[in-house]
Design a binder for this molecule. Sequence first.
Ligand code: 9Z3
Length: 314
Amino acid sequence: MSRAWTAEAFYTQLEEPPTLAEYTQQARDFVARHVAEKRKVVLVTQSGGTTVPLEKNMVRFLDNFSAGTRGAASAEYFLEAGYAVIFMSRQHSQFPFTRWYSHTTNPLFDLLEEPAEGEETVQVSQAHVQGLLPILHAYHEAKRRGRLLTVPFVTVIEYLFLLRNMSEVMDPLGRHAMQYLAAAVSDFFVPADKLSEHKIQSDDQALTLQLEPVPKVLGSLVASWAPNAFVVSFKLETDEKLLIPKAERSLHKYGHQLVIGNLLQRRKFEVVLVEPHDHTWVRLPSTSAAPPHEIERDIVAAIAERHESWIASV
Ligand code: 9Z3
């Protein structure tokens, strides 16, 4: 029989990741600076999945499809909108700014000219300068102004501990805090006491895995960790009929401000913003070509506007 983990049991019985205290302190300092400057801060949880190790000395793991584009792109647009960003970054997933040149369709080395024999400077080829410059400026500006804090994670356990601590340290921001929970969090995991120490041997045998349900922590986040924050969660479905009803159910159950619903197949082109008495579609004009304009730009604009009205409403 598998256990049904409550959030409380999860956080008291599982061991804290060793790096948690250090990242929590970094976030506390970051938040204090932005509280003093009266700036809004958003916690963006990377959409690039959460790893579920199958061995303590991990050779194999379970994961999901997401490369983390939603989170990385949204972080850039939040910075552009004047927010400071705590970016919970899943290792090896897309990262704000560098994402433009980190994948095989646009490799970094194609940007650079090969120097002549004996030359020791490397230049960006003229054809790429125009595209690169705004990204490079925005990246350096975010760094120079201390607007982007990255906290890395790999496993679902690291993710859940970080999420709790990041939410709690943002409390001094009051309504100026936003949680933007884009991560595609695993629904199942193997707790440490059930994990094989070493690489599972195949021995030509079938492998049976017993996975335990990951506790749903959104309730704790909304009620206890971040009771003053503007909380945006995501709902992913593959069946269109379920999208709005399930987003509404989540909003009703947890009592937060907004759920962004998206379908796996059309997530780059349309999402629906579900609020307590309303829902609004955000759509790119065409689904036929690769979007020249990313939908995250429009999502962030719509959310930032709602956050602002919500701050003003007290
Ligand atoms: C999302 O729905 C994200 O938008 C995506 C983005 C993971 C689809 P990519 O970055 O993907 O474009 O590759 N994230 C949340 C998905 C999720 O697991 N939500 C849970 C659920 O639907 C609730 S928290 O039950």
